[in-house]
Design a protein around this ligand. Structure first.
Ligand code: FE2
Length: 381
């Protein structure tokens, strides 16, 4: 099917039509996104010019479709640029934007207990060899915000080998890694045998760590199973049940705090449900231990906020939302700490339970995955 091309009389809008398919582009957008060697570095794909280098009165003086693609001449620069039609199609923005509040990205899939048998899992040596095994594990970790690793060694610091698969450790006041086992005078309730309600870690940090790794070194105690819950699925269920509950948790900030050690006073002011300006669900913060006194909700909304917080907690506690598993020595899991909550069942004093944990960042995880997927020619877009 042939593509029709037209420019409006002002030279401000290009229209490409193919059958029922119609895409419009603005002159300034096209000029700014030119892929030629003077606009973009052929070596690294970075833009060589700033918007100030493009005349305010930029317009399309002529447009043709040729062998190489859509050829446009911009005035007043008298600059000719060729756009690949596939590239234009892939970056078209002339579409409906009617997404409801709480939408999630295409590569994110919300889940409940029914994925228990399909958790993305890889063995450490296989993942370390890269290739498809690593790519599909990274894909799964991005899609579900949760993935397991098996077949690792039972040695201290082995959790860093999990981080090495995709990124870098984020060091905090807890150290490069933290030990999760029973302590006599714990600085944090995580270092006791108490059961912990599902939570995201460290919501009092700004920014909060975006990946947590927990690696098992010993596990002979009764209980102590791990559990994970998809916070996005819980937030969307809350929204379905009661949109007002969802909105009040998204529209107002809670506060979080940790000051359990000398010289440490970490505080943040963020909502329990965080949306981007266009309504994308981007983060959940939920941690009963570190929720501080909340003072940023108007008086006439405070009751509603507490009802919504309570209901979100009930949904998080609902066994139909959770995946429970037992980590054996040499096994680990990672969670997207901006989305997936984790919990631990109580465990007894007999036997031992020893995990090591650390934080990392999910931009590294996505970067590693995307670099494996993208063709070199697209890398700079
Ligand atoms: Fe935790």
């Amino acid at each position: 099917m042939t593509m029709e091309i037209a420019v409006d009389p002002t030279g401000n809008v290009l229209t490409l039509k193919q059958g029922d398919d119609c895409m419009r582009f603005h002159a300034i957008w096209l000029r700014d996104n030119a892929q030629d060697a003077e606009t973009r570095s052929p070596a690294n794909g970075q833009r060589l010019i700033a918007l100030r280098d493009i005349p305010r009165e930029t317009r399309i003086a002529s447009a043709n479709i040729g062998e190489a693609g859509v050829e446009l001449r911009f005035e007043p620069e008298d600059k000719t640029v060729v756009f690949n039609t596939g590239w234009l199609r892939a970056h078209a923005y002339d579409r409906s934007f009617q997404q409801s509040r709480g939408w999630v990205a295409d590569d994110v899939e919300c889940w409940d207990s029914s994925i228990s048998d399909n958790v993305p899992t890889g063995t450490l040596p296989e993942l370390e060899s890269g290739g498809d095994a690593l790519k599909s594990w990274l894909d799964g970790a991005t899609r579900y915000g949760f993935a397991k690793v098996e077949g690792g060694p039972t040695e201290e610091g082995a959790l860093f080998r999990v981080v090495d698969l995709f990124g870098y450790v984020r060091e905090t006041n807890y150290g490069r890694l933290f030990e999760v086992r029973t302590e006599v005078n714990p600085t944090n309730l995580a270092y006791t045998g108490l059961g912990l309600q599902a939570h995201t870690d460290n919501p009092y940090r700004d920014p909060a760590p975006t990946i947590q790794v927990l690696y098992c070194l010993e596990s002979t105690a009764e209980g102590g199973e791990n559990m994970v819950v998809d916070g996005f699925a819980c937030a969307r269920r809350l929204q379905q049940e009661n949109p007002e509950h969802f909105d009040v948790l998204a529209n107002y900030c809670a506060r979080f705090e940790y000051a359990g050690e000398d010289g440490v006073c970490l505080t943040s002011r963020r909502p329990l449900i965080e949306l981007s300006p266009d309504g994308e669900l981007i983060a959940i913060r939920f941690n009963n231990r570190s929720l501080a006194t909340v003072t940023d909700i108007p008086f006439d909304k405070m009751d509603l906020w507490y009802a919504a917080y309570r209901r979100l907690g009930e949904i998080i506690d609902d066994p139909s939302m959770e995946v429970t598993f037992r980590l054996n020595p040499g096994e680990a899991f990672i969670v997207d700490n901006t989305r997936v909550l984790h919990a631990r069942k109580a465990y007894s004093g007999t036997g031992k339970r020893w995990l090591q944990g650390c934080y990392a960042d999910k931009d590294g995880l996505r970067s590693t995955r995307d670099a494996m997927c993208r063709k070199p020619a697209e890398a700079a877009e």
